[in-house]
Ligand binder design. Sequence first.
Ligand SMILES: [Zn+2]
Length: 277
Amino acid sequence: MIAARPLYWAVGPRAPSRKIELLLTSIRKVVLVGLSVAAVAACSSSPKADPVWAGSTQGLDSSAAATPEATGGAAAAAPVVKPSGSPSASAKSGTTAEATTTATNVKYAFPVIGNSSYGHTHHDYPATDVMTACGHTFVAVTSGVVLYTKTTDTWTAKANLGATRGGLSVAILGDDGVRYYGSHLSSIASGIKPGVRVKVGQTLGKTGKTGDASACHLHFGISPPCARGSDWWNQRGVLFPWPYLDSWKAGGAKSPVAAVKAWKAKNGCPTGPTVDK
Ligand SMILES: [Zn+2]
């Protein structure tokens, strides 16, 4: 059991008054939301802007590749990977049938093996912090192709670059056309790198607290692929994953495809963060 209160006190030297505000807000909700305090605290954030990153984001929506510099260290993105079942996959031999049945035959798995809990809220933007012990297994929530990995933790509180806040992290492009992202990992599984196909339930890494995290948890984000990793503000999550997590945890297969498509139709691929910059 992770106590909510110590997480705030464990934030350390850069605990600004904003965290107190978040805490107070969370306390008001805590009766209904349970672990929301822990979740908000665990994936802490700072309003500090990053002009270097902001200046390097123009045009990335159409750019497939992410350079290590652009993503803050040992990050890698798959340039032009199309999963065989993607709605936009070309109709190559053997993939046509799969491509035309997207989202109806896709299987889903809960992203963490082992005890975990999560609230139906997140600070600043839609995502879910799945609270769990360090070293639990993070798995692919559906079949697909690895889009992005960040294999070293380059986050510092002083710089607090958005591209580094996730610490060790992995994103996949599901065969349903949706991007799924997990971060704050303690390790990434051997062989998991951009371009590699993964099966639903396949181990991607172990949970941890790398990056901007004060307690072990999996930050889980759902988004359209957009810039495939260099767009950390989209990759970290644009839709609340908890309706899907609720389903997957219960053995269901609720698909976020329609919601992601609707979000993309309305918002496109934002070229920079608007909150929690
Ligand atoms: Zn988070």
